[in-house]
Design a protein around this ligand. Sequence first.
Ligand SMILES: NC(=O)c1ccc[n+]([C@@H]2O[C@H](COP(=O)([O-])OP(=O)(O)OC[C@H]3O[C@@H](n4cnc5c(N)ncnc54)[C@H](OP(=O)(O)O)[C@@H]3O)[C@@H](O)[C@H]2O)c1
Length: 207
Amino acid sequence: MIRVIVNCAMSADGKIAGCDRRQTRISTPEDMQRVKALRRSVDAIMVGVGTVLADDPHLTVKHLGPDENPVRVVIDSKGRTPDSALVLDGRARTLVFHGEGCDRMWEGAESFVCGRDRVDLRRMLGILEEMGIATLMVEGGGELIASLFDEDLVDEYNVFIGPMVIGGRCSPTPADGDGRDGKDAIRLRFAGSEVLGEGVLLRYLRI
Ligand SMILES: NC(=O)c1ccc[n+]([C@@H]2O[C@H](COP(=O)([O-])OP(=O)(O)OC[C@H]3O[C@@H](n4cnc5c(N)ncnc54)[C@H](OP(=O)(O)O)[C@@H]3O)[C@@H](O)[C@H]2O)c1
C-alpha cells in the first residue's frame, strides 16, 4: 500500500495560516531543512487546490531536475488551478485529479477524472499506486488533510509547532473539514518529537 505522510507547520495556537489564508512562514530554518529532506525522500508530493490558490507552491526540491523531482499531485475537483500556477512550471511531473464535471486540461500537467463532485481520494491513491508511487507526502491544506483523516488514509502525521500565535476563529488548522464530536476524535500513536531551532516537531502514526 502507498504510504501517506502528512506534513504541516502550525503556530503554537494550532493555526496553519491567518484569517486571510495567505501563506505564513511558520517553520524555522532547521525545520525547512527537514522538510526539504522529506521532500527529497518521497515519490510524490500532494496539495489541495486551496493551497495552490493561497500559496502557489512549486513543490520541488532545489537542484533536482524534472526526472529526479517527486511527482506533484493536485486535488482539484472543479479545475480551479490557474494556468500560471507554479506546479505547472515543468520542473517536475504534475498530475491534477478532478471531478467528472470538469473537462479542463492544463499544459504542463496530466489530468485524471477521479470522482464526481469531489475527488475520490481512495481511488486517487489506487491510481498513484498503479504508477509505482510508494510514498506520498501531503503538504496541506486543512481541508485535504481532514478528508484524508476522515477516510483513514493517513499513515504518518508530522506537525511542526512554530514559536508564534496567530489566533482567529476563521484561521485554518491542520485538519479543518466538518470535524467531529470530541468523543469521536481520531486517536493517533505518538512516535516522537524533536526540537528544531525555536520550534518542535511532533510525529504521530496511525494506531
Ligand atoms: N502551514 C502549513 O503547513 C500549510 C501548508 C499548506 C497550506 N497551508 C494553508 O492552508 C490554506 C489552504 O488550505 P485549504 O483547506 O483552504 O485548502 P486545501 O486543503 O489545500 O484544498 C482544499 C480543496 O481541495 C478540493 N478537494 C477536492 N476533493 C477533495 C476532497 N476529497 N477532500 C478535500 N478537499 C478536496 C476542494 O476544492 P474544490 O471543491 O474546488 O475541488 C477543497 O476546497 C491556506 O491558508 C494555506 O496557506 C498551510
